[in-house]
Design a protein around this ligand. Structure first.
Ligand SMILES: [Zn+2]
Length: 661
């Protein structure tokens, strides 16, 4: 867990692994305001007394589940508290759920709300509860979402048993990730320093997680109206929303202080140290974290060993390969955000792309999200890696699974991204929830996030351990090997590309779709005019992207002057930065990317052109017009860079004029 002595020891071990593979590896330390739990208590006080907050049960055959050092289940960044109040069940605890309660005449003011996990980031649930004046939040894992209703539970299957608890941070990463007290340290001269009471991303009401067996006691005691349709979960009785007679007491004592973070930064220096290909994953975990993040870390280390072996045989990378092991991801992307902010100017100058893996393997189904410029690149890499189970390519297995998912979920609320008209496997945009956030949202660096997924009900519990992985996640560890092959191939291809494989026509097309979609949501003439301007800018970007792509295609097989190639590659990698608005999104200036941000209301889900869409959702015309102007300006900046690339490519195609003329 971040902030502990064990985290330092793990960082040292990782550093030494990279060193033995021939990397130049160092620990880079930061500190952040972080809590650890002293006491986490919950009791039913009415209609009868009953202690809750029962811990996860030890499982016979898996000795790790009985270790006394397992941290009690808590929600990181909850304030300390002693609250006694009646309970209201709020389903997933999202805005729409509160609107439904209001329509039923049920108020949550001064109540403790009981929300189930799922459908969004837990920090959004707490923020929404805070806005509705709830006194505290209890989060629980309903068997319907990742437990017995989904399938066999641990240790007989991969799903969450009745005593399993999901730990997790509730810091408002949707406002900004990283150290709550210094949101812009490193990236802004001087920087802000908040007192804990003023930090805008810290929750003001307490929260704690419980298991389904404790939730059953509380839910079973609730009276009041019957839960609306869609709110009934998997526990074997009819849910009521409350409040009624049920009352609970929550007692939390959190030990807050500045605690150390230990990032590991490992470099394999290239011929050209002016360009960096960066890979990363976190090393901190809530308990064992065999899947989250251990599976990703194992694959990263194996990729590093392969690259190191190549280097020892005489190969030298063209660009520098940087492999990062972040600390404090679970608390709120602390380690990656601190490093990006501290090295912002150098990263914006040198970074070609950032490749993230986190939960590397929980099953056989490949999944990726990426900035649109890199989606085809990801598809291409997976065409050349073999899927261990089917012996087809990872791409073909991925495409078949994705089509099957599409069929299963079509017509339901859980929609996968629509199948590409070209028949390519769809790849989602970048939301949030892992360490790529600072790279993309704050620094404007192109990103990819990848992993293999499967039935995984032990997320953030003590059961995410070696036994789980060995019996359910990846018994032969063959998907760990495939993940290592994918990471190393991505690194090598980006490293050795003469011209970087960015696809800007695809990027522009996605922006045109998003801008058109926003335009259709306008309800008055002024808004319509504002968004018509962004539609024009998006069309202009498309034209510039196509010209650049055509000019680059013409020189793709010609020998290139290294300095010209270098200039073109820098320009190609920096188009993403043109999408940054220097002043950031209105209301959350840390998020500077005008095309992508995590949703303000949906948590992990991606929000495209977030400034316009958030303003449309709030019906805020003044903000909408400012965000539309900021987006149009960003699109025009990106167009100008692409036109510059077209010019460079056309010049490179001309015969060289001898010097002196
Ligand atoms: Zn993780």
């Amino acid at each position: 867990m971040a902030g502990t002595e064990a985290s330092r020891r793990l960082a040292e071990w990782l550093r030494d692994q990279y060193r033995s593979d021939g990397f130049d590896a160092e620990i880079v330390s930061y500190s952040a305001w972080m809590p650890q739990p002293r006491e986490v208590k919950l009791e039913l006080t009415k209609p009868e007394n009953k202690p809750l907050a029962t811990p996860e049960q030890a499982v016979s055959g898996d000795k790790d589940t009985s270790d006394k050092r397992i941290v009690p289940a808590f929600n990181s960044y909850s304030p300390s508290a002693d609250v006694t109040a009646p309970v209201v069940y709020v389903n997933y605890g999202l805005e729409a759920d509160y609107q439904q309660l209001e329509a039923m005449g049920v108020s949550v003011e001064g109540k403790i709300v009981l929300a189930r996990y799922g459908q969004g980031y837990r920090g959004i649930k707490v923020k929404v509860a805070e806005q509705h004046k709830a006194a505290a939040v209890i989060l629980y894992s309903d068997p319907q979402d990742d437990g017995a209703v989904a399938g066999q539970t641990f240790p007989n299957g991969p799903w969450r048993p009745i005593s399993g608890i999901q730990r997790g941070s509730i810091i408002y990463t949707q406002i900004y990730p990283g150290d709550p007290l210094t949101p812009d340290i490193g990236s802004t001269p001087g920087g802000t320093h908040f007192a804990p009471a003023d930090a805008p991303n810290l929750p003001r009401i307490p929260a704690m997680p419980i298991n389904a067996q404790d939730a059953a006691v509380i839910l079973g005691a609730l009276t009041g109206p019957r839960a609306p349709s869609g709110w009934q979960g998997g526990l074997p009785f009819t849910y009521h929303v409350g409040p009624g007679d049920a009352e609970v007491q929550m007692t939390l004592s959190m030990d807050y202080k500045e605690r150390p973070l230990y990032d590991v930064i490992a470099k394999l220096r290239g011929t050209d140290d002016g360009e960096w290909v960066i890979l990363g994953n976190h090393h901190d975990a809530w308990v064992y974290g065999a899947a989250d993040p251990g599976s990703g870390t194992a694959s990263m280390l194996e990729a590093a060993r392969a690259l190191g072996t190549l280097a020892k045989s005489g190969w030298k990378p063209q660009r520098t390969i940087v492999m990062c092991e972040w600390d404090g991801e679970e608390e709120g992307l602390l380690g990656s955000t601190a490093w990006v902010q501290a090295n912002l100017a150098e990263l914006q100058q040198k970074a070609v792309a950032y490749i993230n893996t986190d939960v590397g393997v929980t099953g056989p189904n490949f999944t990726a999200s990426a900035t649109p410029s890199l989606k085809d690149f990801v598809r291409d890499v997976t065409r050349d890696i073999t899927d261990p189970k089917s012996s087809r390519s990872v791409y073909d297995a991925w495409r078949a699974y994705s089509a099957q998912q599409q069929e299963t979920h079509s017509g339901t609320a859980r929609q996968a991204p629509p199948q590409d008209a070209s028949g390519k496997v769809p790849i989602a945009g970048m939301g949030s929830g892992s360490d790529f956030s600072a790279f993309l949202d704050h620094a404007g660096i192109p990103c990819i996030d990848m992993g293999f997924t499967g039935p995984y009900g032990v997320y953030h519990s003590a059961y995410d351990d070696f036994y789980w992985m060995k019996h359910f996640g990846d018994p032969s560890f063959s998907y760990h090997a495939a993940m290592a092959q994918i990471l190393a191939t991505v690194a090598l291809r980006l490293d050795e590309a003469d011209i970087l494989p960015f696809d800007y026509p695809a990027y522009a097309l996605e922006i045109e779709h998003a801008a058109t979609n926003a335009f259709t949501k306008t309800t008055n003439q002024t808004d319509e005019d504002a968004l018509a301007a962004t539609l024009d800018a998006a069309a202009h970007l498309s034209a510039s992207a196509h010209n650049a792509s055509e000019a680059l295609r013409r020189i793709s097989n010609a020998p290139l002057d290294p300095q010209r190639a270098d200039e073109m590659n820098h320009a190609l990698a920096s188009v993403e930065q043109a999408f940054l608005a220097p002043e950031g999104l209105i209301g959350r200036p840390w998020f500077r990317h005008t095309i992508f941000a995590p949703g303000s209301y949906d948590g992990y889900a991606v929000s495209m052109i977030p400034g316009e869409n958030d303003a449309l959702q709030r019906n805020d015309s003044a903000t909408l017009r400012r965000e539309a102007a900021s987006l149009s300006a960003a699109l025009m900046r990106a167009s100008a860079r692409l036109e510059e690339i077209t010019r460079m490519a056309r010049e490179a195609a001309q015969p060289q004029v001898p010097a002196g003329h």
